[in-house]
Design a protein around this ligand. Structure first.
Ligand code: PMP
Length: 549
C-alpha cells in the first residue's frame, strides 16, 4: 500500500498529467505562431480533449510549438507574500487527477455521481456570425446540450461533465479555446506563459493583490482608476500611489521619476514593486495608451523591476478616432477580415512582455456577459500555479454552466473567426454609441465650464468641470466636495445619473480638479442624447441659480 504523507503539500503519489504537454511531443517539429488558419492543425497535433471528470489540464497542451522558442519568464517567487507561499495544492483536488489505471474504482473524492444532477438538457439560442442584430435573430443557431453528449459521441462537453467539479484552471474544453485565443491575439514573447480561468477580474484581482501585497505596501495605479479596484485594495492595507496621466494615459516619465526619487532610507515606505493599469479605454477616464506610451511604461517597469497587472476589459472596444458625421456613416455592420481587425489593435502589455512581468486579466463582462462570472488571466506558469492554489480554496472554479455555454458558443458554434466577428460587431455598436455621446456633448454641454477628451476605446466619457467658475464657489460659499455632491443631486433631479470623479481618485489626496464619468454603454441608444441634454441643463443652470442644499 502506498504511504500517504501527512505533510501538508507533499503527496507521495506521482501526479501524472492526463495530457502530455504540447512541446513534449517529439513529432512536432515546425509550426509558426498560432493563427486562426492553423488552429485545426494545432489541435490535431495536441490530440483529443480528455473527457473524464475534472481532467487536469494546462495551457501547455494547447500552445503552438513556436511559443517554446522564446526564453522563459523571470521568477517572481521572491515577490510572493507569506500568504501566497503558504498555499499549496489541495489534497482532494490533487486526488481527482490520479489516473493510475483504467479500471480504477474511486472511493476517493466526494464528487457526486452525475445521475443525481437533476438537469437533463439545456438549450441556448445565439446569433450566427455575422448576423448579430436582434432583427436577424431568425438566422440564429439553437444549441442543445444533453447530459451525456460526450458518452454518445455528440460533443466533447456535456452537462454531466460541466456540472461536476472541474480542474481549477478550467475545463480542458474552454481552456483550449482561451489559450488559442490568447496566442492568436497576443503572442506572448516568453515561453512559459499560461492561462487559467477565473470568476471574473474582480475576483482575480483580489487574489492577485493577496499574492503580491502585504499590508503597508504601496501599489502604483493611474491617478484615477476603477473604484472596484480601490475598494478591493484598501481593506487589504494596501496604500495606493497615483501616477499622473495625460492624453496618452499613465505617464512613463512621472512613473520613472517617482520610482527613481523614492526614499529608500531605513524606516521609509517600501519602494513599490507592483503597477496596476487599465491601458485601453481606461475606467474612468476613457484614455487609451498609445503604443509608444506602452513601450515607455514597460521600459520603466524593466528598469525598476516592477510587476505589472494589466486589467484590460475594454481591449476589443478599440473604436479609433471620432470622425465628424460618423453617426450617419456607421449604420451598417460589415465585418472585416480577422487579420485586418487584429492588426489594428494596439499591442497589449502581455504582447510586449519579454520577462514574464505582466499578469493580464481578461474580463468577459464587457464582451460577452457580466453574469457569466467566467473570465481568464494570463501570466507565467509560476504565477498561475500560485494563483490556482488560492482559487482552489476560494471560488474553486468558475461556474460549470458558464464554462459549458462559453465552450458551446465560442468553440463549437462560432469558432475563433466567429468570435472575432462578434468582437468587431461590438466595436461597431460601441462606436455608434460613442459617436452619439460626443455629438450630444458638443451640442449640449457648456464649453466654457467643461472639457472632455473624445474616447478612442471603451465605454466612458470623462468630463472635467471648471468648478471654480460656479457661482456658489465664487461667492466663497462652498468647497469642491460639497459642490460635487450638489451637482450630482441636481442632475439626478433633472433625470440623469453619472459617477462623481472623486470616487475613482487613487490615493488620499483629493486634488484640485473636478470630473464626472459618463458611460454610453448602459442607456438605450435613443436616450443617450437626452441624458447629455439633461446633464447640460444641470451644468448651465449653475450660471443662473445656485443648487439647493
Ligand atoms: N476592471 C475594470 C477596469 C473594470 O472596468 C471592471 C468592470 N467595470 C472590472 C474590472 C470588473 O470586471 P469583472 O466583471 O470581470 O469582475
Amino acid at each position: 500500500m502506498a504511504a500517504v504523507s501527512t505533510s501538508k503539500r507533499d503527496f507521495s503519489f506521482e501526479l501524472k498529467p492526463q495530457h502530455q504537454p504540447f512541446h513534449a511531443n517529439p513529432h512536432v517539429t515546425a509550426c509558426k505562431g498560432l493563427t486562426i488558419e492553423n488552429v485545426a492543425q494545432s489541435r490535431s497535433i495536441a490530440g483529443p480533449l480528455p473527457l473524464s471528470v475534472a481532467a487536469s489540464t494546462s495551457s501547455d497542451n494547447y500552445k503552438s510549438v513556436s511559443c517554446y522558442q522564446h526564453p522563459k519568464a523571470k521568477s517572481w517567487k521572491h515577490r510572493f507574500t507569506r500568504e501566497a507561499m503558504l498555499r499549496g495544492p489541495t489534497r482532494l483536488r490533487a486526488l481527482a487527477t490520479v489516473t493510475a489505471n483504467p479500471g480504477l474504482i474511486t472511493l476517493g473524492s466526494g464528487r457526486p455521481s452525475s445521475e443525481y444532477f437533476p438537469f437533463e438538457e439545456i438549450q441556448v439560442k445565439i446569433p450566427k456570425p455575422p448576423y448579430f442584430l436582434d432583427q436577424e435573430a431568425t438566422k440564429g443557431i439553437a444549441i442543445t446540450t444533453g447530459k451525456y453528449d460526450t458518452r454518445h459521441g455528440l460533443s466533447s462537453y456535456d452537462l454531466a461533465l460541466s456540472l461536476n467539479y472541474s480542474h481549477g484552471a478550467g475545463s480542458p474544453q474552454l481552456l483550449r479555446f482561451v489559450t488559442e485565443h490568447t496566442e492568436i491575439v497576443h503572442h506572448p514573447p516568453y515561453s512559459d506563459w499560461e492561462c487559467c480561468l477565473t470568476a471574473g477580474n474582480t475576483s482575480g484581482l483580489d487574489m492577485v493583490f493577496r499574492m503580491f501585497c502585504k499590508p503597508g505596501d504601496h501599489v502604483l495605479m493611474e491617478d484615477y482608476t476603477y473604484s472596484g479596484t480601490l475598494e478591493a485594495a484598501y481593506p487589504l492595507g494596501i496604500h495606493i500611489t497615483g501616477v499622473r496621466m495625460d492624453q496618452n494615459g499613465l505617464s512613463a516619465t512621472h512613473l520613472d521619476e517617482m520610482l527613481t526619487d523614492w526614499d529608500t532610507s531605513p524606516g521609509s515606505a517600501t519602494k513599490p514593486s507592483l503597477l496596476y493599469m487599465i491601458p485601453t479605454g481606461q475606467n474612468p477616464t476613457g484614455v487609451t495608451q498609445s503604443l509608444t506610451r506602452r513601450r515607455e511604461v514597460y521600459a520603466v517597469a524593466e528598469k525598476h523591476d516592477i510587476y505589472i497587472i494589466e486589467d484590460d476589459p475594454y481591449y476589443f472596444l478599440q473604436m479609433g478616432k471620432y470622425q465628424e458625421h460618423a453617426v450617419e456613416k456607421s449604420a451598417v455592420f460589415n465585418p472585416e477580415l480577422v487579420g485586418h481587425f487584429l492588426s489594428k489593435l494596439l499591442p497589449s502589455y502581455l504582447s510586449l512582455d519579454i520577462s514574464g512581468r505582466v499578469l493580464r486579466l481578461e474580463s468577459t463582462a464587457k464582451i460577452l456577459a457580466p453574469g457569466l462570472r467566467c473570465a481568464w488571466l494570463t501570466a507565467s506558469s509560476e504565477v498561475v500555479q500560485r494563483f490556482l492554489y488560492h482559487q482552489d480554496v476560494s471560488t474553486v472554479q468558475p461556474s460549470g454552466v458558464s464554462q459549458l455555454i462559453m465552450y458551446k458558443v465560442l468553440d463549437e458554434a462560432w469558432g475563433h473567426e466567429g468570435f472575432f466577428q462578434w468582437l468587431m460587431y461590438l466595436r461597431h455598436e460601441y462606436s455608434k454609441r460613442r459617436d452619439i455621446i460626443i455629438q450630444a456633448c458638443e451640442e449640449y454641454l457648456p464649453r466654457d465650464i467643461c472639457q472632455w477628451q473624445r474616447p478612442e476605446a471603451g465605454m466612458f466619457l470623462w468630463i472635467e468641470l471648471q468648478w471654480r467658475k460656479h457661482p456658489l464657489v465664487k461667492k466663497g460659499g462652498i468647497g469642491k466636495q460639497d459642490l460635487e455632491e450638489r451637482i450630482f443631486r441636481e442632475a439626478v433631479n433633472r433625470g440623469v445619473l453619472y459617477c462623481q470623479g472623486s470616487w475613482f481618485r487613487a490615493g488620499e489626496e483629493i486634488g484640485d480638479r473636478m470630473f464626472l464619468r459618463t458611460t454610453f454603454s448602459a442607456a438605450p441608444l435613443g436616450d443617450v442624447q437626452k441624458a447629455i441634454e439633461r446633464l447640460g441643463s444641470t451644468l448651465k443652470s449653475a450660471r443662473m441659480k445656485s443648487y439647493v442644499a
